[in-house]
Design a protein around this ligand. Structure first.
Ligand code: CMC
Length: 431
């Protein structure tokens, strides 16, 4: 609700802009009518821009707070389950027993993928990056599930959301199985969401596979911690694609592509690769020096965050889970994990990192944990995508169910001014 005004004076034009307040967080200046004056705002990287109104997730980066629908992330990670968090993000409230049971049943009805989807995999090289396969296969879901693609119909949107939540683990595990040349394992609906994923990843038709409960719980926590993070690059991508009226599978596929980059979801894989590159504790000072050198573009992957200028609240829980998993699989003496722990210690004590508020982020610990669980690094971002799908679909649904406009930013043009085409034969050779 706008009660106060911001006054902006641009050359000879005076403009009054509404100041809007949310329930938490900084107030925002509503610049949406500024274009009528002939001026635009300029904010590359969206450093000062709130792109939408949302009721889903709140972050206070200075205080290290993350709330899903008002609930602190550490409470959810410790006491809830990923499927319950999916319900919460999608519907806004925690489910009662009956609602939860119905939701679980609804997800279970959609865990399988159409048989024809297997054929897609055969078109990919076995050594393809699983994220490349995910972008393609998830986008292709719209070719299979087009019976419920009317985005204006809430029931269609709900079914697409269930399909995505239910099928992502199946597709993610298929990506892995394809890369290692093993048969795809069909989902087992009597297992929990995380157990089922472990089963589809590591089970084979030859032997019984019983998921380790410590690893399943750790994976469930990883899913909860990655489920949503307000208007990050991939969620904004999903919203932007969604604003054109594109179907949810296409929008989520766009989100997966945006997540892939090492500055976003690719950081967990990059962090693990960096640990391998460091190779030995004795090499750590060299890499710390490189990270601090302004002339070297090397960065400590898994450290720093655009929003958190305090300890990432997800990293706190992830760190505990990481140690539990290392203990459970007997990897805490592994030299590789010792490098990670030593790097963490040095970075937390080094003034360069302290002054810039560069703490280990969730991806630093999730990469180590996933690796200890036995998941190969090129699958890390796939797992992030699996977990973030609920956040993407909740944001997409929130946008589509309220009044929204096509997202279409403008620019500060600095290219050539208008000039006439010159035929090639008369162009001057470039010296
Ligand atoms: N290692 C070394 N120096 C760093 C790092 C790092 N990881 N991150 C930032 N800095 C320095 C940077 O050089 C700059 O120093 P100076 O002020 O002397 O020029 C200062 O810290 C501020 O950096 P910035 O690039 O302006 O900060 P940003 O908010 O644009 O970048 C970031 C955020 C996450 C892209 C960056 O910290 C980074 O590249 N981290 C490594 C990649 C990573 O772990 N990403 C995962 C983020 S968490 C997952 C998610 O939510 O998607």
């Amino acid at each position: 609700m706008a009660e106060q005004k911001a006054k902006l004076s641009i050359k000879n034009t005076n403009v009054e802009l509404d100041i809007l307040s949310g329930t938490l967080g900084p107030e925002v200046v509503d610049v949406s009518s500024l274009f009528k004056t002939g001026y635009f705002t300029y904010d590359p990287g969206f450093m000062s821009t709130a792109s939408c109104e949302s009721k889903i997730t709140y972050i206070d980066g200075d205080e290290g707070i993350l709330l899903y629908r008002g609930y602190p992330i550490d409470q959810l990670a410790r006491s809830s389950s990923f499927v319950e968090v999916c319900y919460l993000l999608l519907h806004g409230e925690l489910p009662n027993k009956i609602e939860f049971k119905e939701f679980c049943n609804a997800i279970n009805r959609h865990t399988m993928v159409h048989e024809q989807i297997r054929n897609f995999f055969n078109g990919f090289r076995r050594d393809a990056h699983p994220m490349a396969v995910m972008v393609g296969v998830v986008g292709a879901l719209s070719a299979f599930y087009h019976d419920k693609l009317n985005i204006k119909d809430p029931e269609h949107r709900a079914i697409s959301a269930l399909r995505l939540i239910a099928k992502m683990p199946t597709i993610a595990a298929m990506c892995y199985k394809y890369s290692v040349g093993q048969p795809f394992m069909p989902p087992k609906n009597k297992m929990t969401y995380a157990e089922n994923f472990l089963y589809m990843m590591f089970g084979t038709p030859c032997e019984d596979y019983i998921p380790n409960p410590v690893l399943a719980r750790a994976l469930d926590r990883i899913f909860i911690l990655h489920a949503d993070h307000e208007q990050n690059a991939s969620t904004s991508t999903v919203r932007l694609a969604g604003s054109t009226g594109a179907n949810p599978f296409a929008c989520i596929s766009a989100g997966i592509a945006a997540l892939w980059g090492p500055a976003h979801g690719g950081a967990n894989e990059a962090a693990l690769n960096m640990l391998h590159e460091i190779g030995d504790i004795s090499q750590i000072p060299k890499y710390i020096a490189r990270a601090k050198d302004p002339n070297d573009n090397f960065r400590l992957m898994g450290f720093g965050h655009r929003v958190y200028k305090n300890y990432d609240p997800r990293a706190k829980v992830m760190r505990e889970t990481c140690y539990e998993v290392l203990e459970a699989v007997g990897a805490h003496h592994d030299p590789f994990f010792k490098i990670a722990m030593e790097l963490e210690r040095i970075a937390l004590e080094d003034p360069y990192f302290i002054d810039r508020k560069l703490y280990p982020n969730v991806d630093f610990y999730s990469g180590i944990t996933l690796s200890a669980i036995g998941i190969p690094p090129n699958m890390f971002t796939v797992i992030f995508a699996l977990a973030r799908t609920i956040g993407w679909i909740a944001h997409w649904n929130e946008m589509i169910s309220s009044p929204y406009r096509l997202s279409r930013p403008r620019q500060l043009y600095t290219g050539p001014t208008e000039r006439n085409y010159v035929p090639m034969k008369t162009r001057e050779p470039v010296s």
